[in-house]
Design a protein around this ligand. Structure first.
Ligand code: FAD
Length: 229
């Protein structure tokens, strides 16, 4: 019945750190990006990336982009995701795709309590049944979908450049973000670290990336773990 998020990094700029470092190098030397692309050594790439990120010259990060295929998140979560405007999205349509066999997202807080879990699952079953009945009555899919809850699953492909991803991670890896989008953001961060480890080495919530807590929650376990020790 309950489903979980599945994230796949399906494409990215080839050699993203080299591309970003070459573009950055060109800004500060007589070299072209083409020459830098072929001649930069691994240590130069690391140095360029670290320098530009710490200087705040973040526009160079826009030369690397990453595409994720995301499944098993709720519509509540995808609604939060698509608020990030510096990105491209392709989401499974509820107008054209019938969701008769759908499983729903079940929050841990609901699942932890038998009574709330039963109430939640019963309500979802009623929505599912009503949706199926409306379709059988010939109501168009695009209108039957109005009965679907926010717990309905969705599939979405997302492309973001590295700069936008950094912003996304700052906002959504934070412990103040809701658990579902945080889980998604943490998984996306794990995946991009696999292909661009230097670029994303300090990516994460504000307390990790900028050593500040915009919410001033200094009793947050993450802040305590990072700085109070
Ligand atoms: C903890 C939390 C709680 C939230 N609560 C709410 C809520 O209650 N209600 C609600 O509506 N939203 C809420 N949001 C969503 C939030 O307001 C943003 O829409 C969302 O986080 C996207 O962030 P962003 O604008 O930085 O990202 P993007 O849209 O990707 O933009 C990236 C950056 O580009 C720049 N930018 C983009 N567009 C413009 C523009 N038009 N003008 C100037 N600069 C621009 C900004 O610097 C921005 O930070 C919440 C977000 C978080 C993390």
């Amino acid at each position: 019945m309950a489903i979980d998020v599945k994230v796949t990094l399906i494409a990215h700029t080839p050699d993203p750190e080299r591309v970003v470092a070459a573009a950055a190098r060109q800004c500060y030397s007589k070299y072209s990006a083409t020459k830098a692309l072929s001649e930069l050594k691994d240590e130069d790439i690391k140095r360029q990336l670290r320098r530009r990120i710490s200087d705040g010259h973040l526009s160079v990060l826009e030369h690397a982009s990453f595409t994720f295929a995301i499944e098993g998140i709720s519509r509540a979560c995808s609604h939060q995701l698509v608020r990030h405007r510096i990105a491209s999205y392709s989401q499974q349509s509820q107008r054209y795709v019938r969701l008769e066999e759908m499983e729903f997202v079940l929050p841990d807080s609901v699942a932890a309590n038998e009574e709330s879990k039963i109430k939640y699952l019963e309500a979802l079953e009623r929505c599912r049944g009503c949706y199926a009945d409306l379709l059988k009555m010939g109501i168009p899919t695009e209108d039957a979908r109005y009965i679907l809850p926010q717990a309905s699953p969705t599939k979405i492909a997302v492309t973001m450049n590295a700069r936008s991803l950094m912003n996304f991670f700052e906002l959504r890896c934070c412990l103040s973000a809701q658990w579902e989008i945080r889980r998604l953001a943490e998984e996306m961060l794990r995946l991009v670290k696999g292909v661009a480890p230097t670029m994303f080495e300090n990516a994460g919530p504000f307390c990790v990336s900028r050593k500040i807590c915009p919410e001033k929650k200094y009793d947050c376990p993450k802040w305590v773990e990072l700085y109070k020790k």
